[in-house]
Design a protein around this ligand. Structure first.
Ligand code: SAH
Length: 394
């Protein structure tokens, strides 16, 4: 297939030669042909050397590279990529596991598919496009997905209404590309969760905290647990199984509290150890008189762009400072940041400032990150977004 040609300015090919998948608009010298947003284009260096094939887009990231070898972006291409993604999850013991069926099958750049996310919940794939190119390819991708997963896949829900670039005017509607009206219970390490991919946040469930929830379970025995920013109650359910004395779940969204209660009830019916509150995190922490000795802080991304980084760091500092003030001696704090623009060092510094402010003795027990089904392409360090610290507070 002949694609439109993008020619880069001299010396702008370096990051592509190191397999970084983004090309910024400022690096482009000339455009041959008249590519529309979302079209596949071939990228060449100023010296005429072929560099990459990718999706074209208006905006600061002008091209997202799909391949560094010359290839047609056709059914066979999508099938190759999805089969590779699936092979990795099989080797991780996630695809086809007996006691888990919720995992990320495609993690954008981490699976050489920039702009595409696919999460699997039992027999449903929830697909999310972040670029016009992936949006236009959605039916081809869905076809390749059914071929890759076979009988294990019965439904594909496409959910890109809020993730596609606003300016592209794609009028994407959420809905099923395949199957429909699916069962909505997924399993994670033997625990069951209702997943609401239609109305819930992101693809409906935060699979990225799976390994960290397992660690939390090991700390929960006989502890009084506060799960702050609980969303669907993942950490709460693991804490219950870990033998917590009591578990309080807090989220500002009433819908999240409804889901948390439903999920706790599903796994631990009529268990009086659990209570849930729809309230603002800061307000709840400030006024609570409960003696918690295991606290989880997993807030939404405080910074979505670099220009709000300072405010975000202040937010993390303030939030952690209240937790340090409130947690009982001998307490354990699981604290996270999922902001991609906040580096590990930034986050640690914010938590360090909060600890210093409280004047308490604090030690780092674990440094946490995203699980292996959210792999980071080593040439695209921006893919690393989840950071966590487990702290022992004397
Ligand atoms: N820990 C969760 C994911 C958290 S997502 C899990 O493992 O699944 C972040 C959550 O924070 C969302 O559910 C959102 O409703 C909630 N939230 C956002 N701002 C808040 C605030 N100020 N106080 C309490 N909850 C808040």
């Amino acid at each position: 297939m002949k694609y439109s040609k993008i020619i880069l300015k001299p010396k702008k090919e370096e990051s592509l030669l190191r397999f970084h998948p983004w090309i910024f608009s400022g690096a482009i010298q000339a455009v041959e042909g008249n590519p529309s947003e979302g079209d596949v284009v071939d990228v060449y260096g100023a010296n005429g050397r072929f560099l990459a094939t990718g999706h074209y887009q208006a905006g600061s990231i002008a091209i997202r590279a799909l391949s560094f070898e010359q290839t047609d972006i056709d059914n066979a291409f999508w099938l190759r990529r999805l089969q590779a993604a699936c092979a990795l999850r099989l080797s991780l013991g996630l695809a086809g596991a007996e006691n888990s069926n919720a995992y990320r099958l495609v993690h954008g750049e981490g699976d050489a598919l920039p702009g595409l996310i696919i999460d699997i919940y039992a027999h449903t794939a929830v697909m999310q496009a972040h670029s016009a190119g992936m949006h236009y390819a959605r039916h081809q991708i869905a076809e390749a997905l059914t071929q890759t997963l076979g009988d294990a896949l019965r439904h594909i829900y496409y959910k890109s209404e809020t993730t596609l670039p606003f300016k592209a005017n794609l009028d994407s509607e959420n809905g099923y590309l395949y199957g429909g009206e699916a069962e909505d219970i997924a399993m994670e390490n033997g625990l069951e969760f209702y997943v609401d991919w239609q109305k819930g946040q992101k693809t409906g469930f935060f699979v990225d905290q799976r390994d960290n929830r397992v660690l939390l379970e090991h700390y929960a025995r006989n502890r009084s647990v506060l799960n702050m920013f609980c969303y669907t109650g993942g950490f709460s359910v693991y804490a219950m199984r870990g033998g917590a004395r009591l578990v309080h779940s807090v989220d500002s969204s009433a819908k999240a509290i409804y889901l948390t209660k439903k999920n706790v009830e599903l796994n631990f019916p009529s268990d009086a150890r659990h209570e849930a509150y729809a309230e603002d995190a800061f307000r709840y922490l400030e006024k609570t008189e409960c003696n918690y000795n295991l606290i989880i802080l997993d807030p939404p991304a405080f910074a979505k762009h670099k220009n709000v980084l300072r405010n975000a760091l202040q937010g993390y500092r303030k939030l952690n400072a209240i937790a340090f003030e409130k947690i009982q001696p001998g307490g354990v704090l699981f604290t996270f940041s999922c902001s991609q623009v906040v580096s590990k060092e930034h986050f640690r510094l914010a938590v360090f400032s909060a600890a210093a402010q409280s004047g308490r003795s604090v030690r780092i027990l674990h440094q946490l990150t995203q699980p292996a089904d959210h792999p980071v392409n080593i040439y695209h360090p921006e893919g690393e977004y989840l950071k966590g610290l487990v702290l022992y507070v004397e």
